[in-house]
Ligand binder design. Structure first.
Ligand SMILES: Nc1nc2c(ncn2[C@@H]2O[C@H](COP(=O)(O)OP(=O)(O)OP(=O)(O)O)[C@@H](O)[C@H]2O)c(=O)[nH]1
Ligand SMILES: [Mg+2]
Length: 360
């Protein structure tokens, strides 16, 4: 899973990136206008607890990759810089986090001279809309020419969908807000359009703005853009300093500033929701492992995530939910209480299931 961190210049993208990935970018790296990438282990207390119980040789967290992309200026969507340095990095992301600057800092000038949440969010969205319209326009042209030549039935079905999406964008509505049906979604997904990607808005606050979080969320929800987007708030500067501390010191720091949940936790929590994914676990003396899968994944597909052999030679899955396992203390006890089950291929995996694949 890959999440792109995007936003206007100097909004705090690299600050957030460094905080959640615990990497350090020096001034030279930051000034280079390059993309930074890092893989983060997804914290999971259930996996920690199971590791304590099983004492395996290895503990493996599910991971997520974050990409810190260069800032996007108003009007950029037409430039070659945009196509090469921005689009190529963002197209393949599964979801996007848009960092919006609210923090005040005299030393760092805002590109448009003032702090304005809704202006910045819509400036950014407009660039995405223009870019998607340009892509659709050229595709519509090509499809029309092809239909004239070949009368291709698939293309004939595709054309009205493309035109419909173009109209939606022309109405200044991002495609993630359009109620497309399954067929339309399938076609549109293949184009990797920017406004179709799940988007999380991350408000970068300074320490005086905590009291206004609800007000900011309210503004977003009431706007056309924010209707179906999720938002989180974080304290860029403070949380970056915090990420360099030990866990114990960071906890004291968080209490002091009244921060209940770290930026990483909030981000993962909300992006899981946006992406419609959740986790299951596998345990053993060799390894305890957490895995991320789409909600609705069945036991056979989950087995395939763990190992292709498990997919090919699947017989049944032994399933115990983490809560039951902890409640009863062992597989045997869970079985006694009827919490241990043998499930077939079609079983839909739940968040927190511990799964043991029986295979031949
Ligand atoms: N006071 C304060 N300063 C911040 C905060 N977040 C970021 N900054 C400062 O703002 C400047 C820009 O931050 P970056 O994280 O580099 O912003 P960016 O979005 O990656 O910038 P570009 O990649 O150049 O577009 C840096 O000098 C940061 O120290 C914050 O929450 N509070
Ligand atoms: Mg940056």
């Amino acid at each position: 899973m890959q999440i792109g961190i995007v936003g206007l210049p100097q909004s705090g993208k690299s600050t957030l990136f460094q905080t959640i990935t615990k990497t350090h970018l020096d001034q030279t790296a930051l000034a280079k206008l390059e993309t930074h990438q890092a893989v983060v282990k997804i914290p999971d207390e259930r996996l920690d607890k199971l590791t304590e119980i099983f004492k395996p040789k290895k503990k493996t967290n599910a991971t997520i990759e974050f990409v810190d992309v260069i800032g996007l200026h108003k009007g950029d969507s037409g430039s070659p810089q945009f196509t090469n340095n921005f689009l190529s990095k963002v197209r393949t992301n599964d979801a996007l986090v848009q960092v919006v600057r609210l923090f005040r800092n005299e030393v760092v000038p805002h590109p448009y001279g003032s702090i304005d949440l809704m202006r910045d969010v819509s400036t950014f969205e407009t660039e995405f809309i223009i870019s998607d319209m340009a892509l659709l326009e050229s595709r519509i042209d090509k499809v029309k020419k092809h239909i004239l030549k070949t009368s291709d039935e698939n293309l004939k079905r595709e054309l009205p969908i493309l035109e419909k999406c173009y109209d939606i964008l022309q109405n200044e509505t991002p495609l993630r807000e359009a109620n497309l049906n399954d067929m339309e979604e399938k076609i549109i997904r293949s184009y990797q359009l920017l406004t179709f990607k799940p988007m999380l808005i991350a408000l970068n606050l300074d320490e005086t703005q905590g009291k206004d979080i609800e007000k900011y969320f309210d503004q977003l929800v009431k706007s056309k853009i924010g209707k179906n987007t999720k938002a989180i708030a974080f304290y860029g500067q403070i949380e970056m300093e915090m990420s360099e501390l030990s866990d114990a010191d960071a906890e004291i720091f968080m209490k002091e500033y009244g921060i209940k949940e770290s930026a990483l936790h909030k981000l993962i929590h909300e992006s899981y929701d946006l992406l419609g994914v959740h986790s299951f676990l596998t345990v053993g003396e060799e390894e305890c492992h957490s895995w991320t899968v789409k909600k609705g994944t069945n036991a056979l597909e989950a087995a395939g995530e763990v190992h292709t052999d498990f997919y090919n030679r699947f017989i049944r899955a032994e399933v115990v939910h983490y809560d039951d396992f902890v409640k009863y203390g062992s597989f045997a006890k869970a079985k006694e209480h009827g919490a241990w089950r043998l499930e077939g291929k079609e079983y839909i995996v739940k968040d927190g299931d511990i799964i043991l694949v029986r295979h031949n």
